[in-house]
Design a protein around this ligand. Structure first.
Ligand SMILES: N=c1c2ncn([C@@H]3O[C@H](COP(=O)(O)OP(=O)(O)OP(=O)(O)O)[C@@H](O)[C@H]3O)c2ncn1[C@@H]1O[C@H](COP(=O)(O)O)[C@@H](O)[C@H]1O
Length: 96
């Protein structure tokens, strides 16, 4: 799989975890009801954003922490039913 395909593949895996739950971190969060899933994901985004700041300041683990943050944003998009193409289209528009 190329680097370009990986984000799409992860996004599709997360959609699959939502629609066909298994016993996993992402499935368990996505199955929560009453907006608990959204709150949990948002909390993780806040934590991971803070970890990115610390990683940058310390020049340590920035790639790892950036991946954690981006991953949790993808999880939020899946939860909110916002397609990956919608996000990519937004980048495309800004790049023209
Ligand atoms: N990319 C990720 C990914 N990044 C982070 N995480 C999880 O997010 C959780 C919370 O992160 P934390 O920072 O709190 O975790 P931590 O244990 O403190 O560790 P650090 O990462 O900070 O060192 C951890 O359990 C991580 O494993 C991820 N879990 C899943 N994925 C992708 O999602 C797919 C589906 O995942 P599962 O449903 O778990 O199979 C996987 O195939 C992966 O492609």
């Amino acid at each position: 799989m190329t680097n370009e395909q990986i984000i799409r593949d992860v996004y599709e895996t997360l959609e699959n975890r939502k629609n066909n739950p298994i016993d996993s971190y992402t499935s368990n969060i996505l199955q929560d009801s009453n907006k608990l899933a959204e709150d949990k994901i948002l909390e993780k985004i806040g934590e991971e954003a803070a970890e990115v700041l610390i990683a940058s300041k310390n020049d340590e683990n920035l790639v790892h922490e950036s991946a954690d943050l981006i991953f949790h944003i993808l999880l939020l998009l899946v939860y909110k039913k916002i397609s990956l193409d919608e996000l990519l289209d937004e980048f495309q528009k800004r790049h023209e």
